[in-house]
Design a protein around this ligand. Structure first.
Ligand code: GLV
Ligand code: MN
Ligand code: MN
Length: 369
């Protein structure tokens, strides 16, 4: 492969097809991680892409399309408030304001990219033209228990759940923890606790795979002996449809304002990111299923509750996702584990998928521009 890094710091390897400059089948996933994450969430999909190209190269096989293996950065949104910045740059959906987002130390995305040696001023050059991209395939650990429970190595993803990220700030008044009587405090701590219970209650009775998480919480200024002046916490709300997700966000937001008002406090709820649900392409799903069945594997279809770069790439081209069984369904945890045998099957399935795609698109199509 010829390898380059684009202006958004995506690492891209290109394996030409039968014709130089043909449209590209992009295979990839993300190379970043959550704090204290596992080894496979992201990197496995990149390694499998490289593995597949290696197999083609060894066999001297060129396809009617090029293959590009992409290692996206910043899928998880661990450092900055929004996620998937790098795939959004490739899909052409990265808003310029995303470069101004700041991390906990006040460093902007643009500054971080520059320090890394990337080129934020040229971020627009990262966007790919739809006519240059045939499709996107992402292999990823399931991050859930379904395949393992059913004794299956692989699954075909049907769609990725819609998600929203919000930041909540409940404001009270900082004070002395020893001298301020309980009844005379404006303590946002108990209000935040009530708000989280409300989120849990609303999501528990929800349908359509509704889930809600408070994964980050800060008491300000943050000391044993200071009643906090404010509490800030994140909310991650997901469901199979944007409508279900949005109804839950509305209900939770109304509860937060009511809880704060009842305690004489004020609250703000700020939307940081919204990603719509993303169905995978039916015909590509069909090709993946055929590839699994050629290997003697049942084609189990399942939705993804986790977010993936594929949901962003769907703005650029048709997408497909292959899930790989992971131990205990555990992810976002150093205990993440897969077997070598399952990964080998995944690579074979991906090769089979590419050959089927080649058979369907036999004529080398070249870039129009
Ligand atoms: C990524 O892992 C996400 O689902 O947030
Ligand atoms: Mn991932
Ligand atoms: Mn992840």
């Amino acid at each position: 492969m010829s390898v380059r890094r684009d202006a958004a710091a995506n690492l891209i390897g290109r394996y030409e097809g039968e014709t130089l400059g043909a449209e590209a089948m992009i295979i990839g996933s993300h190379i970043d991680s959550v704090r204290n994450g596992g080894r496979y969430d992201g990197p496995l999909g990149i390694m499998l892409g490289i593995d597949v190209v290696e197999a083609l190269h060894r066999a001297g096989r060129r396809l009617p399309f090029a293959i590009e293996v992409v290692a996206f950065g910043d899928e998880e949104g661990s450092r900055f408030p929004a996620s998937m910045s790098c795939s959004r740059a490739i899909a052409g959906t990265l808003d310029a304001s995303a470069l101004e987002m700041k991390d906990a130390d006040g460093i902007t995305v643009a500054e971080a990219l520059t320090a890394f040696g990337a080129d934020p001023a040229n971020i627009a050059s990262t966007a790919r033209r739809p006519e240059d991209v045939l499709a996107f395939l992402e292999a990823h650990i399931e991050q859930g228990p379904v395949l393992e429970a059913e004794g299956l190595a692989l699954g075909v993803v049907t769609a990725i759940a819609a998600q929203k990220r919000l930041m909540v700030r409940i404001k009270g008044m900082a004070g002395h923890a020893g001298t301020t009587p309980m009844a005379l405090r404006k303590d946002p701590g108990p209000a935040a606790a009530e708000a989280i219970l409300a989120l849990e209650r609303i999501c528990r009775v929800g349908t359509d795979g509704l889930v809600g998480t408070v994964g980050r919480m800060t008491a300000l200024p943050g000391a044993f002996n200071v009643i906090p002046g404010a509490i800030e916490f994140s909310m991650d709300i997901r469901a199979e449809t944007s409508a279900t997700r949005d109804a839950a966000v509305e209900a939770i937001t109304a509860e937060i304002h009511a809880i704060a008002a009842a305690r004489g406090l004020s609250a703000t709820v700020t939307l940081m990111q919204a990603l719509a649900e993303s169905p995978c392409d039916p015909s590509l799903m069909g090709l993946l299923e055929e590839a699994l069945s050629d290997l003697g594997l049942p084609a189990r279809r399942l939705p993804s509750g986790a977010g993936h770069d594929a949901m962003v790439m769907a703005n650029l081209c048709p997408t497909a996702m292959l899930f790989i069984r992971c131990e205990g369904g555990i992810s976002h945890n150093p205990a993440e584990a897969v077997t070598e045998a399952d990964c080998a099957l995944a690579a074979q399935a991906m090769l089979g998928f590419l050959e089927k795609l080649a058979a369907r698109n036999p004529r080398p199509s070249t870039s129009s521009g």
